[in-house]
Design a binder for this molecule. Structure first.
Ligand code: ZN
Ligand code: ZN
Length: 284
């Protein structure tokens, strides 16, 4: 039936066995391995003439954008590394498993891993929780209630203190939803945020510099709280910005956003990430 495209037919037919049916990507949270593989099947069906590399690139871009949108401050792997990681998963491991070319132990390993986070953060440590008297913490607060999560990675790849719990939660989740995203409250928050953005976009359609500033709420609390409602805020870039921000105008950056037709939402995320990176490197 697919005489004209035997290669394509074989590829998608063989691939659907491992990890489930083709499915578009849920853009509201960082995906699991399973979601990435299912998305690769979906893209293979949608764009049958795209190469494995082309599909890996599309997936990598989407995944990076999701991570930047849900938490603009997390240090991420560079794009090439993500493409390689996607390609390895979707077009090497999944294919080998489907063709039963992978040793049983490795197949078991991948099947167990399938519903965990496809992690593209550049932090490679385990984000250990240490006690106040640990040499890496050195906290002398009386009756301290803080959960000291430490990132032992080098400065360039270090996760900001207030984002460690979020990343740790994402890494420990099984299945698509982490504890930071459970329940209907979050969905309402997402809708609300979307509504706010639309209003923002209507009132300031192109001003990228001001939209970056708009995302930095001046009333943002500097204190760290772990109440449930604050946990839900971790998924909202707007309200998760709990560090003082540099509000310097960056007109060249803004101009490039306008030129590239980048949405104010993505522009704000990129801008925030860039400013934080520069500050982490002590350049501003
Ligand atoms: Zn402490
Ligand atoms: Zn780390």
């Amino acid at each position: 039936m697919a005489g004209k495209n035997p290669g394509v037919s074989t590829r998608s037919k063989g691939a659907i066995k491992f990890s489930g049916l083709p499915s578009p990507l849920d853009k509201t949270e960082p995906p699991t391995f399973r979601q990435i593989i299912q998305y690769s099947y979906f893209l293979m069906n949608t764009y049958p003439h795209l190469s494995c590399y082309g599909i890996s690139k599309l997936i990598a871009n989407d995944v990076i954008n999701i991570w930047k949108a849900v938490n603009p401050r997390l240090p991420l792997l560079n794009e090439n590394s993500v493409v390689v990681k996607v390609n390895m998963l979707c077009f090497q491991k999944a294919k080998q498993i489907n063709r039963k070319h992978l040793p049983a132990a490795q197949t078991k390993f991948w099947k167990e891993k399938i519903d965990t986070l496809f992690d593209i953060s550049s932090c490679s440590c385990k984000l250990p929780i240490l006690s106040c008297d640990n040499i890496n913490v050195k906290c002398d607060k009386e009756n301290c209630q803080t959960k000291h999560i430490i990132c032992t990675c080098p400065l360039k790849r270090k996760v900001p203190t207030e984002d460690r719990e979020y990343l740790k939660d994402q890494r420990s989740k099984i299945g698509p939803k982490g504890t930071f995203q459970l329940g209907p409250i979050d969905k309402t928050a997402i809708k609300k945020r979307k509504g706010e953005r639309e209003i923002q976009q209507k009132t300031s359609p192109i001003e990228s510099t001001s939209s970056i500033q708009d995302h930095v709420s001046p009333s943002t609390s500097l204190s760290h709280s772990s109440s449930p409602s604050d946990e839900a805020d971790y998924i909202q870039p707007d309200s998760s910005l709990k560090v003082p921000y540099n509000l310097t105008k960056i007109p060249r950056f803004a101009l490039e956003l306008v030129r590239g037709d980048i949405s104010s939402n993505l522009g704000a995320s990129l801008g925030n990430a860039l400013l934080l990176d520069l500050r982490a490197m002590a350049l501003i």
